[in-house]
Design a binder for this molecule. Structure first.
Ligand SMILES: NC(=O)c1ccc[n+]([C@@H]2O[C@H](COP(=O)([O-])OP(=O)(O)OC[C@H]3O[C@@H](n4cnc5c(N)ncnc54)[C@H](OP(=O)(O)O)[C@@H]3O)[C@@H](O)[C@H]2O)c1
Length: 216
């Protein structure tokens, strides 16, 4: 994923055995996740929860605002936060007064796919900001908009002709109580969670077949 345009993603996903669906995208796993039953959850949102847990950031009773409602990130992130007893609001492209909603977030998860979309005015001071977005920028003016005066980024940009920026404007991180950088934040956990899901899938398959090593 993403698959070439001529390939129907739903048909391909439906063909995956749910027990081997380590990306957690099969509808059976999505349903199990929603029902709060043991499931293979999508790796990126699972990584978000792992980051929050390992950073000692409480979720229970907190207002979590998730911007984005994709099956891959937004929806499962909202569901996982709900299972951690957060009060969850999901926002999307039709949400009115988005900034007013995001400013209420104790935990703000940005999964939009637009470079620097969440600006400082949209963040409550002290909030935990989880930036899922990965956007490659190559344009000098855009680089300046986000990273003017950032010597380290300047070196990367000069060397590669591009750099990565999340869905959160770097200036907004200055207001946050805690945040995930891009790169080096959620992306790394996504890879780790894919491995964790692979081990989990194997264990679940063994348990459901009565134990012992089985051929996959
Ligand atoms: N770090 C990682 O490992 C990792 C993994 C996966 C994805 N990502 C990144 O995460 C980002 C999101 O990925 P995705 O797959 O969820 O993207 P997606 O399928 O394109 O979904 C984007 C979501 O953002 C919402 N949105 C778009 N414009 C908006 C606006 N102006 N205001 C409010 N909401 C808006 C969309 O709303 P509608 O539903 O109304 O259209 C949609 O729900 C991308 O940058 C992607 O590269 C990172």
């Amino acid at each position: 994923m993403p698959l070439p345009r001529q390939v129907d993603a739903k048909t391909v996903l439906d063909a995956i055995l749910p027990g081997k669906d380590v990306d957690g995208l099969h509808p059976v796993n999505a349903g199990l996740l929603q029902a709060g039953r043991p499931a293979l959850a999508p790796c990126t949102p699972a990584g978000v929860i792992e980051i929050l847990k390992r950073s000692g950031i409480p979720m229970a009773g907190q207002h979590a605002v998730v911007v984005g409602r994709s099956d891959l990130v937004g929806k499962p992130a909202a569901m996982l936060l709900l299972h951690q007893n957060a009060t969850v609001t999901i926002c999307h492209s039709k949400t009115r007064n988005l900034g007013e909603v995001t400013r209420q977030a104790d935990i703000l998860v940005a999964a939009i796919g637009r470079a620097g979309f969440i600006t400082p005015e949209m963040v409550k001071p002290g909030a935990t900001v989880i930036d899922v977005g990965i956007n490659r920028i190559t344009d000098r003016a855009e680089f300046d908009r986000f990273f003017l005066g950032d010597a380290k980024r300047e070196v990367t940009f000069a060397k590669r002709g591009s750099t990565l920026v999340g869905d959160v404007h770097p200036k907004a991180f200055e207001l946050a109580g805690a945040y995930t950088p891009v790169p080096g934040g959620v992306g790394l956990l996504t890879v780790a969670m894919l491995m964790a899901n692979t081990v989990r899938a194997t264990k679940m398959r063994r348990e459901s077949s009565g134990g012992g090593a089985k051929r996959c």
